[in-house]
Design a protein around this ligand. Structure first.
Ligand code: NAD
Length: 491
């Protein structure tokens, strides 16, 4: 199966922070892959802007190296790489001063023909305001321009509101693309296809038939390289408020009337606003420690951040409730953590037992389980009940109906575009469906803030858990109290 390439309109993309880690590891390799995929039209320009005083040759050498490292197999095509580098211009610009703005303005004016103009703010949030102001001052912020802003979008409701207000001074909501790269993942979008493209699931998708839902985003990596940022944020701000919240929205939302940005985002917002406050005893925070018996203490969270008294969580599990007609009474268990036993993002929908077993108690009670694997090994499995083969009477057993996308879809399923490839192309197309709206972000912080404030007022200390484990024991207790258990974390 070959996926269709839909070309985008002619564009100028200015990447502020063009020498930064994100630009080198994600944004430019993603653009290069789209270039190789034939999606970038002739004449499209990428202007990388940053503070460093670099020659064009030095910048191109930097990006060539980055693409060789992060560009995947395409990077071996040196002809394509040279052609891509020809689309690239470096511009020295200071976001907080005057250096480089007249030159950038001249460069922008040289673009011929009607173009989509995009400014990608791949810089710290403290530069969003100065950049927006200078774009306006130099006449670059046109009604048709778009801006892309990176996470984190604030660290609480107040700062998110302030950021929204800053951007709103010069751009309207329809021009602002707030990235949550999770939404760009192929399998995350598949959640909507599975729910709203099949008649099979939707009639059962409610508290009458669903016992509970588990959302797990487990990582094996620690926080090395991001120590200072992470120790000020923790798993709640870094993962739960955005990525897991988005997954919860897609799993729980009502069907939008159409697949249109505001229709989808309206429904997601309703889910966030219907979330109950989470009781303290329904939350477990954890912090990884060195594996039992390991010599290397550097594997412990506190050693890594260089703060032996740090109370920042690298793991969180909680039980959430959505107070609406569809979900009243169905708990949603969400967990995410670093240094866990395996890398695995999966959503498990546990259906209720059949109301009455006609086979008698000896046959065993079995319930259906739908597992949607987001990464790795993307696919879906539906556990169904059948008769255990053999002559020994009517005993039941579970078997998986298993579909791994890479096997079912061949090359197209096994090599989906990176999230950044899709999201950047969507910005150029002007499609905001997979980007967070300002009110969505604020609602997510409004739910998160009281939880964090509660920890702070109680002086809460996270429970230790071993690196390479499934998390703190208390997370299992959270489930056991409800007579349930977590699904295993498998690679
Ligand atoms: P970085 O520190 O590696 O790069 C920062 C960039 O900003 C550099 O190009 C630097 O030259 C530029 N810059 C700094 N001050 C400037 C100024 N006054 N004028 C002009 N340019 C200036 O940061 P990063 O890791 O690339 O992250 C960029 C943004 O993306 C941040 O908001 C970060 O939170 C977000 N983000 C990064 C990642 C990642 O994996 N790196 C992931 C998600 C989100």
């Amino acid at each position: 199966m070959v996926s269709r390439v839909i070309p985008v309109d002619l564009f100028d993309l200015v990447i502020f922070g063009g020498t930064g880690d994100l630009a080198q590891r994600k944004i430019l390799p993603a653009l290069f892959r789209r270039f190789c995929g034939g999606q970038m039209p002739n004449g499209a320009r990428i202007i990388a802007a940053a503070r460093a005083d670099l020659s064009q040759a030095a910048y191109k050498a930097m990006i060539s190296k980055a693409i060789h490292t992060y560009g995947g197999n395409f990077a071996n095509d040196s002809v394509a790489l040279d052609a891509f580098l020809d689309c690239l211009t470096y511009s020295r610009v200071d976001a907080t001063g005057d250096i480089g703005w007249p030159e950038l303005t001249t460069l922008m004016e040289q673009g011929q023909g009607a173009r989509v103009t995009i400014f990608y703010f791949s810089v710290g949030p403290n530069l969003f305001g100065p950049l927006a102001e200078r774009l306006h001052k130099h006449g670059l912020a046109q009604e048709s321009s778009r801006i892309v802003v990176e996470k984190p979008f604030g660290r609480d409701l107040e700062s998110a509101r302030a950021l929204n207000a800053t951007l709103a001074t010069h751009f309207c909501e329809g021009q602002i693309y707030r990235i949550d790269h999770y939404l760009g993942k192929e399998t995350v979008q598949n959640l909507m296809a599975i729910r709203f493209g099949n008649m099979l699931f939707e009639p059962l998708w409610n508290s009458q038939y669903v016992d509970h839902i588990q959302i797990t985003v487990a990582e094996t990596v620690g926080i090395a390289g991001r120590e200072a940022y992470y120790d000020r944020s923790g798993a709640m701000r870094d993962m739960m408020q955005n990525h897991l919240m988005q997954l919860l929205c897609l799993i729980a939302m009502e069907p939008p009337a159409k697949f249109d940005p505001d229709a989808v985002r309206d429904e997601k917002l309703k889910v966030i606003r219907a979330l109950d406050t989470v009781e303290p005893h329904h939350i477990v925070r954890g912090q990884y420690q060195a594996q039992q018996g390991a010599d290397d203490r550097h594997d412990a969270y506190r050693e890594t951040v260089g703060n032996l008294r740090s109370t920042t969580e690298s793991y969180i599990a909680l039980r959430a409730h959505i107070s609406n007609w569809r979900w009243a009474g169905t708990p949603f268990y969400l967990r995410t953590g670093k240094k866990l036993v395996a890398r695995s993002s999966v959503i498990n929908v546990f259906f209720k037992d059949a109301p009455h077993s006609i086979f008698g108690e000896d046959a065993g009670r079995h319930a259906n389980l739908l597992s949607i694997r987001l990464q790795p090994n993307e696919g879906i499995t539906l556990k169904v009940t059948i008769k255990e083969p053999g002559p020994g009477g009517m005993r039941l057993m579970d078997v998986p109906l298993d579909m791994t996308f890479s096997e079912a879809l061949g090359a197209a399923g096994g090599n989906p575009p990176d999230a950044y490839e899709r999201l950047i192309m969507d910005v150029i197309r002007g499609n905001q469906t997979l980007f967070m709206r300002g009110d969505e972000v604020e609602a997510a912080w409004a739910w998160t803030d009281p939880i964090i404030a509660g920890w702070q007022s109680r002086g809460d200390v996270p429970k230790p858990y071993d690196s390479g484990s499934t998390g703190p024991d208390d997370a299992d207790l959270l489930m056991r109290r409800d007579l349930r258990e977590w699904q295993g974390i498998n690679p």
